[in-house]
Design a protein around this ligand. Structure first.
Ligand code: ADP
Length: 312
């Protein structure tokens, strides 16, 4: 309750799928701004659930890194909604930059800068045993200094299951890895790496690479654009509870196919992209290995933050 009293809630900044976001400032120092994300806790989860969720995310307050949105504090309100006090990031998200083709022009050096920040944020969380599970362009927010930051890291979905939409918003499945689509119950940081690869692809082509319109169609998109998961390329995949692929087996695409579509980031960039989009999660590159990739050192060098295209 003390935590709650520290903050003065201002105007609504936006409405998400499972949360409302408000501007806020410190009562004792109005120059200290924040965003309060008020998570709508589903009725069926309310009793007893909020305190659990609160405990579960408290430890995320210690997760401090320039490329991860800082969780300043957490409190629950009397309606048992969960309130997250977050670092204030007023310059929109990566989705705005990607989709507004006429407003924002960017090239390989800019993509390298954003990808570097994304990969460092993901690496840091994985080092600390925290998974994201929902990386997508609109979860990558831009700070006033141009730094890209991952939002909503480690927010367990249990307290407000996005599978049950609160609004008419459809939950995006475009960034979901094949192991989750096949219902794997044990998964790893590789799930985030897949999503990072899809953000990378989208930064290049400026539209979603695998825009499935249902779970089945999402698997179909993966098969047709990347290749069909089989026992040969992914031992054990056919034993996953939800394994199902339609149509003819598509062989996994090689470098030439990727160069045709993603060549703007050069051969080294395409090499990294392909390693993030490996079907078998055990063979997929890890966040740590991504940071050691040769692409970061090849030309062009990443753009400096102050020179990146941004919302004005
Ligand atoms: P979504 O469901 O689209 O991910 P969120 O619930 O995360 O949306 O946030 C809704 C809106 O609130 C965002 O589109 C953004 O404009 C704003 N917002 C979210 N987090 C912050 C923040 N830390 N600082 C400033 N604005 C934010």
């Amino acid at each position: 309750d003390d935590e709650k009293r520290k903050w003065v809630k201002g105007k609504k900044l936006g409405e998400g799928t499972y949360a409302n976001v408000f501007a806020a400032h410190l009562r004792t120092d109005p120059s200290q701004k924040a965003a309060i994300k008020k998570i709508k806790v589903q009725k069926e989860y309310r009793d007893g659930m909020a305190p659990d969720a609160l405990r579960e995310i408290k430890h995320l307050q210690e997760l401090n890194h320039p490329n991860v949105v800082r969780l300043i504090s957490v409190f629950s309100s009397k309606d048992q909604n969960l309130n997250l006090v977050l670092e204030y990031l007023p310059l929109g998200d990566l989705e705005d930059l990607i989709r507004n083709v006429n407003t924002y022009r960017y090239g390989a050096a800019d993509i390298k800068a954003w990808m570097g920040m994304l990969c460092r944020g993901v690496w840091f969380c994985h080092e600390n045993f925290v998974l994201h599970r929902d990386i997508k362009p609109n979860n990558i927010l831009i700070a006033a200094n141009g730094e890209a930051k991952l939002a909503d890291f480690g927010l367990a979905r249990s307290f407000s299951d996005p599978a049950i939409p609160m609004t008419t918003n459809v939950i995006t499945r475009w960034y979901r890895p094949p192991e989750l689509l096949f219902g794997a119950r044990h998964y790893s940081g590789a799930v985030d790496v897949w999503s990072v690869g899809l953000v990378f692809a989208e930064l290049i082509i400026r539209s979603p690479f695998l825009p499935g319109d249902s779970e089945i169609n999402q698997i179909d998109c993966i098969c047709r654009a990347i290749g069909t998961p089989t026992e040969e390329n992914w031992p054990g995949v056919t034993k996953l509870p939800g394994y199902a692929v339609a149509g003819e087996t598509v062989p996994v695409y090689g470098k030439d196919a990727y160069m045709g579509r993603f060549g703007a980031v050069g051969a080294d960039g395409v090499d990294l992209l392909m390693k993030t989009l490996v079907l078998d999660p055990r063979k997929r590159i890890t966040a740590r290995e991504m940071l050691e990739h040769k692409w970061w050192r090849s030309e062009p060098k990443p753009t400096r933050n102050e020179d990146l295209p941004r919302k004005t």
